[in-house]
Design a protein around this ligand. Structure first.
Ligand code: IVH
Length: 673
């Protein structure tokens, strides 16, 4: 009789749980608080443990809770998800602050206030709320476009599904880190390499049954797009997050002064062991949102924030071999193959030796016992050799004077700025004739920041090169799919997926296209400058006619090294051939002008002398935001020369000669209203 009553009571709880669960996961509208939901789950499980005869397929110990989404849709972030630059020491921090002071033209007595937040080593996610309801959750992806992982995110208890607070913005992307606590990780340790992998794997896998079983947590720390939000500082934003029902980090602080940042860094580095989740540094953000806005960002990292990493972990191991890797620009990088060691939870079997000079300086030899260091996501490197343990008969390492891949002589360039030979030795071949360079160039071409071809990974590039399917970038767009379909490891579905992934990338913006060519000295930022200046693919291809790079001489930010490199690129016959073919195969879209209707539209500017209250860099970004253009020389293409304190007279005279308007800072600002 007693047992019957217990069972009845148990089934009642199960029914209630099912009801809550349905609302919680399926309707994004929890009927009860998280804690009530959790305690009901606990009661049921306690009953099951006490009375072994209790059993239900709907018990929280067995059920999954919701139906999974089969495919992750790709969705654009309304506002890009940025990453962070790293600082490793006091000098890096001083530089970071100096750049900010320069950009904002701040006095040294102005104390910069930072919001400091432990950097959780997890997976970032962006949660969109519309009218207080959790609407959609995306992974970071490439920062511009993420995967729709809403259903998996809904399984996380820390993520509020409904927010009823009055001051909660009508639409906002709340961003933060999904992670797994160390104690929870212990229970599932067998299946994953580390907590970060466990979090990443379970968030991105397609079966939420698994996600559901992994106790993921969420800590919020920033926002993306926001409508109707009127908050002045990061620290107030963090307070609001808490008030709206998000978890925030209890070690977040407001700090002024580099010295105090370092004290806090030392404190948290010691404390790190006791914290129940992995942190790999501290993020410093300028607290004032207005200053953040003025500072803006470069490529994909803000000027107003930095991650101060914790010091590296190190271990001792033996060098088994020294191999030479060849990069896409022909640089020869020596890599030490070492006896695998565990450094801070990660097995390391390769360590970079940087370049030839480094090997000579440290006299690193095969067979040496060395100390290897690893800091977070930075490539492990050899820091020192234990000479006392050096075996007899070891030989000095001779750096190859011929390229190990193609046999061309290797050379060291003369650096015009330092007036010294480069530390890096390069293969002197023209590029695609060297197997290793060709493969690296193609890997770069398909990489995330370039053509971003889904599923076209490094292994496929190597395999297709060996099979002569892809020898040059343009071959990617002319693949023989009938042949691929029949190859080992490929089938109808995987081939048609690959075809689709390639076809949709035939349309590409000009800046990405330029970056994908892998021209030396032309990274993402320079590719953007070029694309903004050249505007169309037509103009870019016309550079091949311009043997002295004249057209590029007036772009602010593009210097002699870049111009020389572009000119050389166009002189190369192989490059010319592949550009002609690519032009046929692709649709390269014109650069979207940031703001085409600003008050400085079609006007060019140049500065001379020191400006008041702002740096050149800030003045430049103001001009660009208002559709104007900056040029780097006084010539006929210049419309306005803006003079500050102590201008160069030569520039003013030349401008007057050419009938260029010479104005002061106030007059310029008036043009902007
Ligand atoms: S802010 C400025 N704040 O670090 C916008 N990121 O390398 C960048 N992270 O992708 C994000 N804790 O996954 C920010 N308190 C914190 C963070 C944090 C961890 C991660 C995040 C981001 C990466 C940047």
């Amino acid at each position: 009789m007693k047992n019957l009553k217990i069972e009845k009571d148990y089934l009642k709880k199960i029914k209630l749980f099912q009801e809550y669960n349905k609302y919680y996961y399926d309707k994004s509208d929890p009927k009860v608080s998280d804690s009530k939901f959790d305690s009901l789950k606990k009661e049921i499980i306690q009953l099951e443990n006490k009375y072994k005869f209790l059993n239900s397929k709907n018990s929280p110990s067995k059920i999954v809770g919701f139906t999974p989404s089969k495919n992750f849709k790709k969705i654009k972030h309304k506002s890009q998800m940025l990453s962070l630059s790293n600082a490793f020491n006091e000098e890096d921090l001083k530089n970071f602050e100096k750049k900010i002071r320069n950009f904002l033209s701040l006095n040294n007595d102005f104390e910069i206030e930072y919001s400091t937040e432990p950097k959780i080593d997890g997976i970032s996610a962006s949660l969109t709320y519309k009218n207080g309801k959790f609407f959609q959750g995306l992974s970071r992806g490439d920062g511009k476009e993420g995967e729709d992982i809403t259903e998996n995110l809904k399984t996380i208890g820390d993520i509020p599904k409904i927010i009823k607070k009055k001051n909660f913005p009508t639409e906002i992307d709340i961003r933060g880190e999904v992670f797994i606590q160390n104690d929870d990780f212990l229970k599932i340790k067998a299946k994953f390499a580390n907590p970060r992998n466990a979090a990443s794997g379970s968030l991105r896998q397609k079966d939420p049954t698994v996600t559901r079983k992994i106790p993921l947590k969420f800590i919020a720390y920033t926002y993306g797009f926001a409508k109707d939000m009127n908050i002045k500082t990061q620290s107030i934003f963090l307070k609001n997050l808490k008030d709206w029902g998000f978890k925030t980090n209890k070690y977040n602080k407001i700090i002024k002064g580099i010295n105090n940042l370092i004290i806090n860094h030392q404190y948290l580095e010691k404390k790190r062991e006791q914290i129940n989740f992995d942190i790999d540094g501290i993020v410093y953000k300028i607290n004032d949102f207005d200053l953040q806005k003025r500072l803006g960002f470069v490529t994909n990292a803000p000027r107003w924030a930095i991650a101060h990493k914790f010091s590296a972990n190190s271990s001792i191991s033996e060098i088994i071999n020294i191999e030479i890797q060849i990069g896409r620009t022909g640089a020869l990088t020596p890599v030490a193959k070492i006896k695998p060691v565990n450094i801070g939870g990660v097995t390391v079997s390769n360590a970079t030796l940087h370049n030839e000079d480094e090997i000579i300086r440290k006299d690193i030899r095969v067979g040496d016992i060395v100390t290897i260091e690893r800091a977070g996501d930075v490539i492990p490197h050899v820091i020192s050799v234990d000479l006392k343990k050096r075996k007899k008969n070891t030989k000095k390492f001779i750096f190859p004077i011929m390229c190990p891949s193609c046999g061309s002589p290797t050379i060291k360039d003369f650096n015009e700025t330092t007036k010294k030979k480069d530390a890096v030795r390069r293969c002197s071949s023209e590029g695609f004739e060297c197997k290793k360079i060709a493969i690296e160039k193609i890997k770069h071409f398909v990489s995330k920041e370039a053509f971003n071809i889904d599923g076209f990974g490094k292994k496929i590039v190597e395999n297709f090169w060996d099979l002569k399917l892809v020898k040059f970038p343009q071959d990617i767009f002319k693949l023989d799919y009938e042949k691929i379909k029949k190859m080992e490891g490929w089938g109808n579905l995987s081939t048609s997926n690959l075809k689709h992934a390639i076809d949709i990338k035939k349309k590409i913006p000009l800046d990405r296209f330029i970056y994908s060519l892998g021209i030396r000295h032309i990274g993402q930022e320079n590719a953007k400058l070029l694309a903004r200046h050249l505007k169309s693919a037509n103009n870019f291809f016309k550079l091949s006619l311009n043997k002295d790079g004249e057209e590029l001489k007036n772009i602010d930010g593009i210097g002699d090294a870049q111009i020389k490199s572009i000119v050389n690129f166009f002189l190369n016959a192989t490059n010319q051939k592949f550009l002609i073919e690519l032009r046929e195969l692709l649709e390269i879209t014109d650069t979207i002008q940031l703001n085409q209707s600003g008050s400085l539209k079609n006007k060019t500017f140049m500065f001379t002398g020191k400006l008041e209250g702002m740096s050149r860099a800030e003045a430049k970004s103001i001009i660009e935001e208002n559709s104007g253009k900056i040029v780097s020389n006084v010539n006929k293409k210049l419309d306005y020369l803006i003079i500050g304190e102590k201008p160069t007279t030569k520039k003013i005279n030349l401008a007057k000669e050419l009938n260029i308007k010479v104005i002061n800072q106030k007059e310029w600002l008036r043009m902007l209203n």
